[in-house]
Design a protein around this ligand. Sequence first.
Ligand code: COA
Length: 261
Amino acid sequence: MDFENILVEKEGSLAIITINRPTKLNALNKPTIEELHQALKHFEKDRETRVIILTGSGEKAFVAGADIKEFSSFNTSEGSQLAAKGQELLFDYVQNYNKPVIAAVNGFALGGGLELAMSAHFRIASNNAKMGLPEVTLGLIPGYGGTQRLPQLIGKGRAMELIMTAEMITADKALSYGLVNHVVEQEELLAFTKKIANKIASNSASAIGRAIKSINANFKDGVNGYHEEIKNFGECFETEDFTEGTTAFLEKRKPEFKGQN
Ligand code: COA
């Protein structure tokens, strides 16, 4: 895979995707969104890959937002299309991805950057990270799902305040809000994230895919999450992973899951 705006590495069961436009603080332009989509699509089919880590290159930014230069002369229809296409190709795609996606937030995560981190299944931040949705300072609102995912993650009142004030919060405040799960020193961010990712990778990929679907159902209009859970729970019983997991338990050995879906 040859990309201009992202770096892609494989490390055992992990795939690390790094947004790589450091001179623009990794701002998300259309080609970067396309490339992220292509890389994710590739790893979705790669049975060896069990967990994706998303991060930004350099020490300053995860992603400092959507590329402001790219949309500065857009009209209503172009603006709506930008949001719709971005949500389809990347933000919704990440949220509904059937393998875990972890955002390793290594610096500024602003606007589309925080929206990307919030689309991931969970977030780990370095202690220098700053997070916020500053769109109202540009005469905009978040358009990549930020008005929906921020209140889901931190509650309506806090989301209202953060979006209205455009305030950037520190990693520690994000931790206290539940926006990130852990805060670590910047030098330790990737190693720490990989450790958690490898722990996840040792579990049943087919069960984890169904857990993601069931948890996401809690946030989907018109979908009954309990029914989705029952369906996914039932489906587990006919997977190779279930046979392996239960057999290994009864034989008092560690299971060896094959990444079946
Ligand atoms: N879109 C396009 N370019 C961006 C960008 C964005 N969202 N964020 C940063 N950049 C570019 C800057 O234009 C600058 O490019 P230049 O060197 O060609 O002028 C480069 O990245 C470095 O940014 P700079 O502003 O000089 O760094 P800083 O350390 O002074 O400030 C920020 C860092 C993050 C506070 C500041 O870049 C910023 O506010 N960015 C925009 C954040 C935002 O509003 N995001 C939401 C967009 S919807």
